[in-house]
Design a binder for this molecule. Sequence first.
Ligand code: 0A1
Ligand code: ZN
Length: 884
Amino acid sequence: MDIARTPSTIDGNNQLADAPPEPKDPPVIRREDYKPFPWLVPQVELSFDLGISKTTVQAKLSVERNPAANADPVIHLNGDGLQPLTVLIDGEPTDSWHMEDADLLLSLPGESHEVTITTEIDPSANTQLMGLYASDGMLCTQCEAEGFRRITFFPDRPDVLSTYRVHMTGDAEAFPVLLCNGNLEASGANDDGTHWAEWHDPWPKPSYLFALVAGQLVANTDSFTTMNGRKVTLNIYVRDGDLPRTGHAMESLKKSMRWDEKVFGREYDLDLFNIVAVSDFNMGAMENKGLNVFNTKYVLADEDTATDSDFDGIEGVIAHEYFHNWSGNRVTCRDWFQLSLKEGFTVLRDQLFSQDMGSEPVKRIEDVRVLRGAQFPEDSGPLAHPIRPDSYREISNFYTATVYNKGAEVIRMMRTMVGEERFRAATDLYFDTHDGEAATCEDFIRAMEQGAGIDLGQFRLWYSQAGTPKVTVRLEHDGETATLHLSQEVPATPGQPEKQPMPIPLKLALFDRETGKHHGEQLVTLTKAQDNFSFAGFAQPPVLSINRGFSAPVTIQRDTPVEDLVFLAAKDDDPFARYEALQDLIVSHLKQAVDGALDLAAMQSAREAIARALGAVLADDTLDDLMRGELLVLPSETYLAETMLIADPGRIHEERQAMRAALGTMLEAEFVALHQRASAVPFSLDAEARGARKVKTQALIYLAAGNPELGKQMAWAQYQGADNMTDRQGALMVLTGLTGIERTDALMDFYNRYQGNALVVDKWFALQASSMHPACMAHVESLAKHPDFTLKNPNRVRSLYMAFAYNPHAFHAASGEGYKLIADVILALDPINPQTAARFVPQLGRWRRIEPGRSALMKEQLERIASAPELSRDTYEQVSRSLG
Ligand code: 0A1
Ligand code: ZN
């Protein structure tokens, strides 16, 4: 049972209260109902007596009436699964409190008081990993969004800001390291084998940014001197044996700190910045003030155990959490509906950082791929919501690609419209104006308007309307003039049947066919449902390149002539547009193929055109290999399905694989040559060597599809000769999709080599669960019985089951067994870790967009979950929205 819904049985007079009926429907929280909290809590003193299975918490809150709110003599303190052991007002025991569900309500007679409450928790029983929990013998916390109420009773909402003083005591052997937010002010040993530490965080913060860690940890220590000369000690705490794998994270942290000073003028504000890596964590990482807690996946890396993309992931997540120190911590959110205020902005900041650290176009393509693969499907399904949602039942369900990634795109559009300089002026104004406050998206927009001098009246629709706008494009040519006809439609989404036109900034260029050149990129903003834009001086019809750099998160509908796509794929000077043309060429062909609209001859000639375009990519020596590798990646099956009203995942898989095989055959010699050339580049972490590794595995993927025997031989050779994880994993991925002894041998070798390294064993599970092998489902079923598998560790659960759920050919098996398997996982995981369980629901929630046979089977599984007697709020909300 979800503890949050456990009826309360005690009140302040220690009498048994009537248990209220179990709420069938968890309540809906609405944005429009926001009210400031009647009490301020300027200071908090916490005292922890730490133990793995019993931790005692004493919380002393100084509270005073909030002059900006309606007075209320009762202070409402949230709790989740807690019982108060003692309640004191101004040091005196009181019985003027009672429980309301899981919360504690306390009557306060005066204007200001000191409230002291003692609670006791069992971290070892906390499998949700929210609040204080045990991981591998250490204790750590996760408080965003509503975990603090599982530690002590508190107004657990982001607009209540307090300074924290924390005293922690624990066994010196079990917990030699005691960490909390802010600065360590004192520490010492007791006679009984325990020791203690006292931490003080001078910056007022909401409870979701509280963190505490206690355990046997070692640190990689370094330092950073800020632009104004503050010397900051940096620590990355890990398990003893992991220290040699923290170097990349530390370098990433120092780069992030320097970059935020240079690009956003943001300086770090404490003398200490600590990061702790834990292996049990629901998400990627958490930006707690001065004490970031990270999933080990986003800290630990070396060339033997991490791929190039793992290295990039670490750099990006370290930056993301560090950047939150300003966008999130110094300026926080008023309420959880404003989540995109900190997340959308921080994702944009980390994207811009990664663009600057590596290849700008490659990073842009990757980010757009994520948006299309994860956010577009969300925006077109039953879980669609605006980047600033209007309601929720469980806020954990709104840490979504929409709030994060579309949120970043929305701010990126503002930046595109005003330019970098004015954007910086606006972000400076935002930080200056709202420093120390709990702000709203509206505050951000207003700072943007004032600081950058732009009217965002209509643009606000991007915050309130869900759905990916569809822009239809037609180019007409008459005499000397080219006329662009644009129209837009924002699709209906749940709760939003009618939509208004939004401002859509589109970067475009018109190319002269003869010279292959254009007269400069332009920005047009479509603000109406329909509009025309004329361009003079074109004696011949130009070739249109539109939504360059993906300037707006929309889909473009256009019947672009194949020769124009081929032209752009070869000549566009915007690398993103070049990628896009190639993708369009492939997507439009595959859509026709899936529809059965092509006879043999048409199929052959379309594949030849694509092979020519890819051949040009292979031969183009102006491209670096990182970009070449990017251009070779085929549109995903999920994205292809998204471009169709109703998708047949089986047909999509067949046609995409058949095309890949045809390309592998037609370009066999070129791919073999590419693989040979790239294999000669020695290992290093520079762009050239990384590019070489990327194209090497891409070549193997095509070769394995076209000529499995050759692909197998080459992959096996790459596997055996690999001196780094990128090559080894790439080869193993290809082998895992094939049959034969090499597959078995390589998988066994990989497991034996890395047994005991949890992050690499995760890869081993994930490779098999995401493989192209026809028996993937059977493999997953048997891996679930592997001694290394557990439902208790979110990384392991994701490596097996999330990989499977996002492996279309396996998940969408026509028999429906894939759906059943995921529904079983949801039901088994829900009582253990509801947050992670609920994250599987969206895949089943796609049922309305899938062909009727499978659709019915998906819905059936959703209904089976819905009828389970006790569902968490998390899963209940996702399932009911998916069926609604
Ligand atoms: N604020 C974090 C994300 C995060 C959210 C909830 C968590 O609880 C399970 C953990 C992390 C970020 O954006 O990185
Ligand atoms: Zn974040």
